[in-house]
Design a protein around this ligand. Structure first.
Ligand SMILES: Cc1ncc(COP(=O)(O)O)c(C=O)c1O
Length: 453
């Protein structure tokens, strides 16, 4: 049992003694959809069908298109005259995150439609009150299997999943310092990549407000910097550093052993949404073995896209066992909506009892849970979808001689004006690509972000 497992156990005992431990009890709805009845077939195909077009083809009407163009700078050549037909109409989406095109898959549509017909949206309430059903449970099981974890917690969005995890994490030291504000050396040291997604950053800010954490930001993907930051933490248990994990005693929990290099969680995106680069997971795993931190990844862009069975970035590097917590979203390659945290049973209990973004939010509508479950099954079976997207990455590299490593292509252009001008050119050529600019990225690194879907 790791030190973190012991702390989570101790936090759960504390919650239990205060009668603050919460758990979900599913409401049983008629199980006529594949999400609730796994024996029902999910339709899959050996190659793309006409439905795949509808996930990338969108329609923009002319007034909207005209207004949009008028907000973008042009260099004289491209002025729009009052009477000029600017186009609009059909455009190809190069800006979405529906990497496998599952939002329009027949099995996903049918699961959502059947669930809506049978049960409507499902009980509207938070999961702890009445919003958790057999459909949600089924989805949690399939996500836990996909991520090779004991269990899973569903949240309304991926953003909420990061907030819920972080507040649960931030509650540990306050719970274990027994109502006192945790002293400096009782706080949990959180390590975060400089280019982490806004939801991780906001989650960390919330955790900081709970006064039980201290944050260290390391330079983007810079493992030497991370290693050096992990070393500057006071290691009070130096004689124990060769042990797999030092034994924990009551005085460890209460009396100031928190802020050691073993007590730090590390949070990062596995695939960074703005740069399209992967976190160096093998190096992180080596550092985890050296320092013993809790490794939590946000696998939002890699889930269903990476790995033989779509298990995400950790599956590529065969290090799923070394990832303690895997957070993700159902709004990208699953083509649906919602967030999740794949974790151990005990972490699930803690998140359900302390993760405010989980506790105080209405749970996913049942048709979304049913559709997401169908999307995961399809993505696991239709492996050709993953192969197709990775061959597009290879093709792009050989055509452009650029070396992108994922379906997210980030072309850094520089100034905001230049990025907007490039967007205008793409829009007029029929490609829906928007400029990414501050506050999403730094002022001088505005870019065109394109995604292969
Ligand atoms: C890395 C990352 N994490 C979390 C999220 C949030 O997911 P959701 O859209 O489901 O809230 C996103 C994108 O939206 C993301 O890119």
């Amino acid at each position: 049992m790791s030190l973190w497992d012991r702390w989570v156990d101790a936090a759960l005992s504390e919650l239990s003694s205060k009668k603050l431990l919460r758990s979900t009890r599913p409401i049983s709805l008629p199980s006529l959809t594949p999400a609730a009845n796994p024996s029902l077939e999910i339709e899959t195909f050996d190659g793309p069908g006409p439905w795949d077009r509808s996930s990338v083809e969108v329609q923009i009407d002319e007034p909207t298109f005209r207004e949009w163009l008028s907000e973008l700078p042009f260099d004289g050549v491209e002025g729009i005259g009052e009477d000029e037909n600017v186009g609009g109409g059909k455009m190809l989406l190069f800006s979405g995150n529906d990497y496998l095109g599952l939002s329009s898959h027949p099995a996903v549509r049918s699961a959502a439609a059947k669930a809506a017909r049978e049960v409507g949206m499902g009980p509207r309430g938070s999961a702890l009150i009445c919003g958790y059903t057999n459909y949600h449970k089924q989805l949690e099981i399939s996500l836990a299997n996909l991520k090779k974890k004991e269990d899973c917690v569903l949240c309304p969005t991926g953003f909420a999943a990061n907030l819920a995890f972080m507040t649960a994490l931030g509650s540990i030291s306050s719970l274990l310092s027994l109502r006192r504000t945790p002293s400096d050396d009782e706080r949990v040291a959180i390590f975060s990549d400089a280019l982490n997604h806004a939801s991780i950053i906001d989650g960390i800010r919330l955790a900081e407000k709970q006064q039980g954490t201290k944050v260290f930001v390391y330079r983007h993907c810079d493992m030497a910097h991370l290693d050096s930051l992990l070393y500057v933490l006071p290691a009070k248990d130096d004689q124990a550093t060769d042990m797999a994990y030092p034994p924990i005693s009551q005085s460890d929990l209460i009396g100031g052993e928190f802020f050691t290099k073993r007590s730090s969680p590390l949070l990062l995106c596995s695939l960074f949404s703005m740069d399209g680069d992967f976190a160096p997971l093998p190096e992180l795993v080596a550092l985890r073995r050296k320092h013993g931190f809790l490794l939590a990844i946000d696998d939002a862009h890699a889930t269903l896209v990476c790995g033989e069975s779509g298990g995400g970035a950790a599956e590529i590097y065969e290090c799923e066992d070394e990832v303690d917590i895997c957070i993700g979203t159902l709004s990208k390659a699953a083509g649906c909506n919602g967030g999740f945290i794949a974790c151990s049973n005990t972490w699930k209990q803690l998140i359900q009892s302390r993760g405010r973004a989980f506790i105080f939010s209405t749970s996913l509508a049942v048709p979304i849970a049913a559709a997401s479950h169908a999307a995961i099954s399809v993505a696991r079976k239709e492996k050709w979808r993953r192969s197709a997207i990775w061959s597009r990455v290879k093709e792009f590299n050989s055509l452009t001689r650029l070396s992108i490593t994922s379906p997210i292509i980030s072309l850094v252009i520089g100034s905001e004006e230049a990025a907007l001008r490039a967007s205008r050119h793409m829009l007029r050529s029929g490609f829906h690509v928007t400029a990414i600019r501050p506050p999403t990225v730094a002022p001088n690194s505005c870019r065109q972000k394109k995604t292969f879907t």
